[in-house]
Design a protein around this ligand. Sequence first.
Ligand code: SF4
Length: 701
Amino acid sequence: ALTVPDKKVDSVCPYCGVGCQLTYNIKDNKIMYVEGRDGPANHERLCVKGRYGFDYAHHPHRLTKPLIRRADAPKRGDFTMDPDRVMDVFREATWEEALAFAGDTLAQIRDQHGKKSLAGFGSAKGSNEEAYLFQKLVRTGFGSNNVDHCTRLCHASSVAALLEGIGSGAVSNPVMDVMKAEVVIIIGANPTVNHPVAATWIKNAMKNGTKLIVCDPRRSELARTAHRYLQFKPDTDVALLNAMMHVIVSEGLVDQHFIASRTIGFEELERNVAGYSPELMAPICGVDADTIRYVARLYATSKASMILWGMGISQHIHGTDNARCLIALALMTGQIGRPGTGLHPLRGQNNVQGASDAGLIPMMFPDYQHVTDPAVQERFAKAWNLAPGVLDDKPGLTVVEIMHAIKEGKIRGMYIMGENPAMSDPDANHAREALAALDHLVVQDIFLTETAYLADVILPASAFPEKTGSFTNTDRLVQMGRQAIDPPGDAKQDLWIIQQIATRLGLDWSYNHVSEVFDEMRHTMPSIGGITWERLEREHAVTYPCLNEGDPGDPVVFTDTFPRESGRARFVPADIIPADERPDDEYPMVLITGRQLEHWHTGSMTRRTAVLDAIEPDPVALVHPLDLAAMKGKPGDVVTIESRRGKVTLYARADDSSPRGAIFVPFCYYEAAINKLTNSALDPFGKIPEFKYCAIRVALG
Ligand code: SF4
């Protein structure tokens, strides 16, 4: 018989940026099942992760006591995960001992080697309040801006282009606006897998007559039913997009009034795209000129056209250029600032938008206020009760830069909350060696992740359903996540742990409730200034910008101005820049990494979820059937994939969605950690690594 819950708690899904609202059904402090709620982004819909991905919270691998590395346990950059032998490497400690060791050692490093010798990674899995307190701790306790999180690996290039071009890094329109669009372009994104409930709205829009254009080197499920599918060659985004803009300009399809009244820099862009005719670009990008012309005309002339994109756009060394082209497309056609139009970089993790907003990035204080701006410096010094000039006025290091700085001996101690760079960083062997080389590594997490395994001290934290906090989805919707169950054993809530570390760094904080942190946030972040904790509790979700109490919040922005100094958006032209590492005779194929529907990022949660792990239990490489046949292999065979930086062995799955010569591998499998192979070359603006392209070779066995 179905167990009857003794408690129901309304919250939000812990996985992707769609931000589906759900209800946890609890009995005896255990989640029994989950139901979808009528939230603005999901209207009761949930995907397989939201519906079944909850029992990780009860997994026996949960960390329940603070751990300190045994004096005789060597740190190894590479290792085989064996959570059952954790006590060979670590010993249990009291909270008092672990916090003293963690915090006092960080303070000693700071005092001995200087403020820039420490760095911190927060997490897009944590709440807004956790992100805010963590960055405040790094900025005021460590004393530098060396704070970052996985947005650097996700949409940092999109944000760089958006801030530069239109003055705001967030989306202009919510996903649900696809229902109001005549034409939707999805480029470099696979929503069916990565934003599944969003994909259902896109399918509903198609049923209502919206024309969907999918542009992607990999043929996604949406591509199969799209109005047009443009399978451009990997790494040729700028060629395709500039060719589309060439058509729009040369055929007079631009919105002259919008360009004249709301933008700057069009002449330069016009000159640049003149050299990118569809006929010239077709052989480069692999899409015929007629199709490029057709799609460009369709996008430009529809009453409402919207662009959504994902990491296929952002994770290149030219990721910022890719996003600049998308912004220029929208601006030159006036397809922004109205319902059913605009720009929507689909956010990955459930709180990557909120964590970035809250200042978990090295170049900006909360609400994207530049650390170099003296007025901003003064404002935050006052808000945080600091003497003028105390806050670091130089941008800090980014995720990959921090790994290099460790190897150079510049960073000696780190505090990592809820991130797993040993799995998620490019060139992961290098990242693991760097983490192992730290004098002191403090990791706060719910499992013994690959990163925690390298720590000197591990602080057992709370899982998503074990704490209350706000989370901001891809639509700029601030939503309330509520505590449904208690943390196991001696595990503690993350806000408490951050405050304990802060105390040992000499900070005098006394937040008694998460709402007090939120209240401080809204007084330092104008965009959420009108959202009170009481309103969040009452309404569950409020969209920002919401400047004053009572404001309804703006789902569609840029209706009459852009938040740049001039109020006008800026065109930024882009030229073709090839990938950092092209295939050659030695490494003749291309590696594309990404996610699977059933698993989430580095797999630490979903691989400990019974249903999800049962569906996708083993590491797989998606290989084109003809490539597999050419190496005399068949589906299920073991293959070894190798790049100049590392190799992994995993199972081949025949899949013709990628073009021949391109292999797709999810990055969630620790036993075949594909980021050992990826290239850490960075986009110069967003500092995002090139996860979507590096040279590999593949062999059976
Ligand atoms: Fe969770 Fe995203 Fe699935 Fe919604 S679509 S249930 S937010 S993983």
